[in-house]
Design a protein around this ligand. Structure first.
Ligand code: UDP
Length: 468
């Protein structure tokens, strides 16, 4: 292919070689990105099914990018027949529903069989646009990475990928009875890691996993920490802590007095809500009066392989003799979710693995200390001894000790509460979006520079005067 790039009227589209108007070329950064989220829609309610932190991440980042004049189109699988093909989620942010497989009843594990149909839908949508419509693809989770891999080659744009979870890491920290991730996923992840132009990791730990376990080139991995909505998740006013707690408990129908420990998230083995229940049973053996005054609020809905989990959690609570202590609440949104964090004296995150743990950050932003498992991203999301407490392992006695100590030490809780607010205030979605924009700019600029040097190598007489 013989293409000349000139500093002048038109520039050439990276893939097709079709000239497009000067000015549409991404000289300094992308103007429009295609975000791919195959298995879960940004329009779904987080905290149940397959929707969780990744959905929140995509929504919050897309909004901030649009505010920075980068349009975002999010491709996701249509999960109902009556969904409009395109939904404007916010100014400059559109969700495109791609038909691939049956609308309902398709488990995440079955999605690899629909990737071809999904990719065809994405390519068709792009083909109906002017050439060079998208400047970059950002794929989330390995299934989307597979789609991004093909689209990037067809469109001649860079692919930025965020894994969110990694099978090798998950398999190394499985909950008892949880199914290991299949080999096909591991291979799929390795392929995406090899093909993506840039990898974005949520934490340093994830970056190290990408490099050590997946062979990623360290130069291509950037850590961009997730954020928290500091307007929604605010601490109570100084001096108004008790009133705020009472108001939050009233709002949720929880008893005004006594202690509340909350678990917030999808009910699945990986999140280990059962560890919290066993810890409360162990605490009752040590300090029955404390547990008489305690409510454990489990907030969230069933998910994935844990579809039967709420039922089994109810049975577990009964078998542990703590039925009256546990309240189950459906997934919460907006101010109700903030009320959950404010109503709680402690938020427990006993997960076997978390790539980051947004719930921990949201709770801390509301001034509620977190007791979390010392795994994965939680080590970053919680500052041990400053904004909460990290517990090694999942033994009920260790968790009972950590919860019991903090519940009986109000001064320590107040100190951690102040530390929690300080710690969470360092995170924001604007900061995340700015970090991603830097990665995007570098990816776009490297891509065009490679293209220009490739052209020059093809044709030594070509003068790429207008370095892109
Ligand atoms: N979430 C929610 N309502 C709920 C439970 C959870 O909106 O009832 C949200 C929560 O606010 C958080 C996300 O779901 O932003 C869960 O993210 P996290 O990183 O804690 O876990 P993940 O789902 O990614 O494993």
């Amino acid at each position: 292919r013989h293409i000349t790039v000139t500093e002048g009227a038109d520039v050439l589209d990276g893939h097709t070689g079709v000239a497009r108007q000067r000015g549409t070329q991404p000289r300094r950064g992308p103007r429009r990105i295609a975000t791919v989220s195959v298995h879960t829609s940004p329009l779904h309610q987080p905290g149940t099914g397959d929707a969780g932190g990744m959905n929140v991440y995509i929504v919050e980042v897309a909004r901030r990018l649009a505010e920075a004049n980068v349009e975002v189109e999010i491709f996701t699988r249509a999960t109902a027949s009556d969904l409009p093909p395109v939904v404007e989620m916010a100014p400059g942010v559109h969700v495109r529903h791609v038909t691939a497989g049956p609308f309902e009843g398709l488990a995440k594990e079955e999605l690899p069989g629909q990737l071809c149909a999904f990719t065809a839908g994405v390519l068709r949508a792009e083909a109906a646009r002017p050439p060079g419509f998208y400047d970059l693809i950002h794929s989330h989770y390995w299934l989307s990475g597979q789609v991004g891999w093909l689209a990037k080659e067809r469109w001649g744009v860079p692919l930025v990928h965020t894994a969110h979870t990694l099978a090798k890491v998950k398999n190394a920290q499985l909950a008892a009875g949880d199914r290991p991730e299949p080999k096909a996923r591991v291979i799929g992840e390795e392929q995406v890691v090899a093909e993506a132009d840039r990898l974005v990791a949520n934490t340093r730990a994830e970056a190290e996993d990408l490099i050590a376990s997946y062979g990623a080139d360290p130069a291509g991995v950037t850590v961009v920490e997730p954020g928290v909505d500091l307007e929604r998740f605010q601490p109570p006013p100084v001096g108004g802590e008790v009133a705020a707690k009472l108001a939050a408990r009233r709002r949720l129908g929880l008893a005004p007095h006594g202690y509340v420990v909350a678990f917030v998230g999808r009910i699945q083995p990986l999140k280990a809500p059962d560890v919290l229940l066993r810890a409360v049973a162990a605490l009752r053996r040590r300090n029955p009066r404390l547990v008489d005054e305690l409510t454990v609020a489990i907030v969230g809905g069933p998910s994935g392989t844990g579809l039967d989990r709420p039922t089994s959690l109810i049975e577990l609570a009964a078998s542990l003799g703590i039925t009256d202590t546990v309240r189950f609440l459906p997934p919460q949104t907006g101010d109700d979710l903030a009320a959950v964090y404010r109503a709680a004296d402690l938020v427990a995150v006993p997960s076997y693995n978390e790539t980051f743990g947004l719930v921990a950050l949201e709770a801390q932003a509301c001034g509620t200390p977190v007791v979390a498992a010392s795994v994965g991203g939680l080590v970053t999301a919680v500052r041990d001894g400053v904004s909460g407490v990290l517990v090694d392992g999942h033994a009920a006695d260790d968790w009972a000790a950590a919860l019991g100590t903090l519940l009986t030490e109000p001064r320590r809780r107040a100190e951690l509460s102040r530390g929690a607010v300080r710690h969470a205030s360092a995170f924001s979605w604007s900061r995340t979006a700015t970090g991603l924009l830097t990665v995007y700019r570098e990816a776009v600029s490297k891509h065009w520079n490679n293209l220009v040097s490739g052209l020059a190598a093809d044709d030594p007489t070509a003068q790429p005067a207008g370095a892109c």
